[in-house]
Design a protein around this ligand. Structure first.
Ligand code: GLN
Length: 616
């Protein structure tokens, strides 16, 4: 509910009231309440806004651009709060098909978001919340629900000011709380889609209003555009970019900075044209051409002076901490250098998956593997395996032959499930390092039930509601105990208690408790737990209070590295601190080819040492 606070704003303007209108800002008077809502105590000019809007086309890597820029500013000692504004009417990304939209990323607070939020978390090294993600569906719902409650006091409800008002309110709330509950220095706004789309028009209008109300030096608009280079012409053409930027200007927004995505470095001629047609000084036009890695982008931006221009536009130079920047920069450069350094080790990793053809559906897994490859100096070749074709053990063995590690990732639905179970069996019986994630964890339990306990007809009620042995089942009562609504998924960060002396606690640095992120509906049926454990499967990670199995492993006498999590470890992997379950998997894969690796410093940390021989 927007609230305004007249005491704080009307006579406490930090920036000049150049527009006159602002003397009304924050007044609780009915007529202005919807125009410029702000949380109680909000002060203009404290938090600055950087807005990234795409032009010409989507798919320019706006999320990577915005997160790299936010990282550069954060590294200077400023607190940053990114927000992604989606134009779609879905309330969140939970119902989106990963095959079309990329993976559903789950935040610690359980919000199901676009995969870009994963990019922000990884590049910024910062946990985000539902406040960092907004969809048109959320905004309209808020407005319509308030209308039903009679919250608009008899007036007609309109896009301007009511819908745009909610957008501004969200941005100001984030400004006040986006730094771990405290005020953020800079809010980075990424508008989904491109300028001129119907869907995001109200966001762009709200941002125009925001910039006007916040006053000079408060908001920096960055137009991300694309420079075409048709192969038949063999030269760069700027017209599409000009027209795209014009769409933004037609909406009343004069960009401060133009960033040009392009295959090759953008020529001076093209930059001059863009400067001329967009009223942006040449020093604020940047070539953001393709780099060998996304990790090279922050440094490329810094070298071109993009960060300094942002600081000048927003008058933020005084808030920076150069010492902090040097440390952060060295750390990041070291990481980016190691990505391309020749690797000491090599493994091949098999990943099963329904969406094997589309890597965006597994973006976080892909990244988690990349983080480990860098930290362990291992060249990891991934082999994606379509399990719907694995109709028997021979075909499975053929598909997996030669891999040193296997991941069975999460998923929903029946397709390829039997093939996944065969892959688990192959990894277990051939003692090949294995990591089961969410559905993969459940497959590991079913495989063990069928082939070790001899429970014919063991399955998950997700696939076979009336199976003889529902090892994996939907347990609504248990969810009620946890305070979750029936029918919905268990989502977000949950504590996991780790058994002492387990592989699980070894991986997590001998901790007895950690937190990982979940997104599932089914889980291990508690009545089978004792039987499974008697035969060797160990549930080494559990819910602190309820009988929810959250991690499994096999003892070293049975397997060198067989681990599963009911959660999604890939969601918490970060470039400089990869997830332990992935590190353990890759390290075990390396050790299977090079036993001497276990004795190295990294090996001692990540490869579980062989059990001590029992002396008589
Ligand atoms: N389909 C399974 C469940 O709902 C696994 C979900 C997943 O892998 N994310 O429990």
């Amino acid at each position: 509910m927007p609230q305004s606070d007249s005491s704080d704003h009307s006579d406490n303007h930090e920036t000049p009231d150049s527009c006159g209108f602002l003397s009304q800002f924050g007044k609780s008077e009915e007529s202005t309440e919807w125009h410029s809502p702000a949380p109680a105590g909000y002060q203009r000019g404290v938090t600055k806004f950087v807005v990234v809007v795409g032009t010409v086309m989507s798919g320019l890597g706006k999320g990577i651009f915005a997160s790299s820029l936010a990282k550069l500013i954060k590294d200077k000692g400023l607190s940053v709060a990114p927000i992604k504004m989606e134009g779609y009417l879905n309330i969140d990304s939970g119902t989106l098909n990963p095959y079309r939209h990329g993976e559903v990323f789950v935040l610690a607070d359980g919000c199901e978001t676009d995969m870009d939020l994963g990019t922000y978390e990884r590049i910024l090294g910062q946990d985000l919340t539902r406040k960092n993600f907004v969809t048109a569906g959320q905004i309209y719902t808020e407005v319509l629900e308030r209308e039903r409650r009679g919250g608009y006091l008899g007036r007609d409800v309109q896009m301007i000011p009511h819908v745009t008002g909610v957008v501004k309110m969200r941005l100001r709330e984030l400004a006040m709380t986006g730094n771990n509950g405290k005020q953020a220095d800079v809010v980075f706004v990424e508008v989904g889609g491109t300028a001129g789309d119907y869907e995001n028009g109200f966001y762009i209008e709200a941002l125009r209003e925001l910039a006007f109300e916040e006053g000079p030096e408060s908001t920096c608009f960055v137009a991300l555009t694309y420079i075409l280079e048709p192969s038949i012409l063999g030269e760069q053409k700027s017209k599409a970019a000009q027209l795209g930027i014009k769409r933004l200007m037609e909406a009343g927004i004069q960009p401060h900075i133009v960033a040009c995505r392009a295959k090759n470095p953008v020529t001076a001629k093209v930059m001059e044209k863009i400067a001329m047609f967009s009223n942006v000084p040449l020093r604020r036009i940047f070539s953001m051409h393709d780099r060998e890695s996304v990790y090279a982008i922050p440094e490329a931006m810094r070298a071109a002076g993009l960060d300094r221009e942002i600081l000048s536009i927003l008058n933020l130079h005084d808030r920076t901490n150069p010492g902090k920047e040097d440390v952060a920069r060295v750390e990041w450069l070291d990481f980016s250098r190691r990505i391309f350094a020749p690797k000491k080790h090599h493994i091949e990793l098999g990943i099963t998956g329904k969406y094997a053809a589309l890597r965006d559906a597994y973006a976080s897994i892909d990244k988690a593997i990349e983080h480990c490859a860098t930290q362990l100096s291992c060249d990891i070749r991934t082999r994606w395996i379509d399990t719907s074709e694995l109709t028997d053990d021979t075909l499975t063995a053929k598909a997996l032959e030669g891999v040193q590690a296997v991941i069975v990732p999460g998923g929903f639905g029946q397709r390829g499930v039997e093939g996944k179970i065969r892959c688990v069996k192959w990894a277990r019986t051939n003692k090949v390092p294995f990591l089961g994630i969410c559905l993969g964890f459940q497959m590991a339990v079913i495989e063990f039930g069928r082939n070790v306990l001899g429970l014919a007809g063991a399955n998950s009620t997700e696939f076979e509601p009336n199976c003889a042995h529902p090892l994996i089942a939907e347990l609504p009562d248990q969810k009620k105990l946890e305070g979750l609504m029936g029918g919905t998924m268990r989502l977000g960060g949950q504590d996991v208690m780790l058994d002492a002396n387990s592989l699980a606690s070894f991986l997590y640095g001998n901790k007895t408790q950690m937190t990982e992120r979940f997104r599932h509906r089914y889980e291990v049926e508690p009545k089978y737990v004792a039987k499974l454990q008697e035969s060797g499967m160990r549930f080494s990670g559990r819910h602190p209070k309820f009988p929810i199995m959250q991690m499994l492993e096999l003892p070293q006498s049975m397997h060198p590295y067989f681990v599963g999590g009911q959660f999604h470890p890939e969601l918490t992997s970060r470039p400089l601190s990869p997830n332990p379950m992935f590190m353990g998997l890759v390290a075990a894969g390396i050790a299977s080819r090079e036993p001497e690796f276990a004795a190295t410093e990294l090996g001692r940390r990540w490869v579980r040492s062989a059990p001590k021989p029992v002396t008589a």
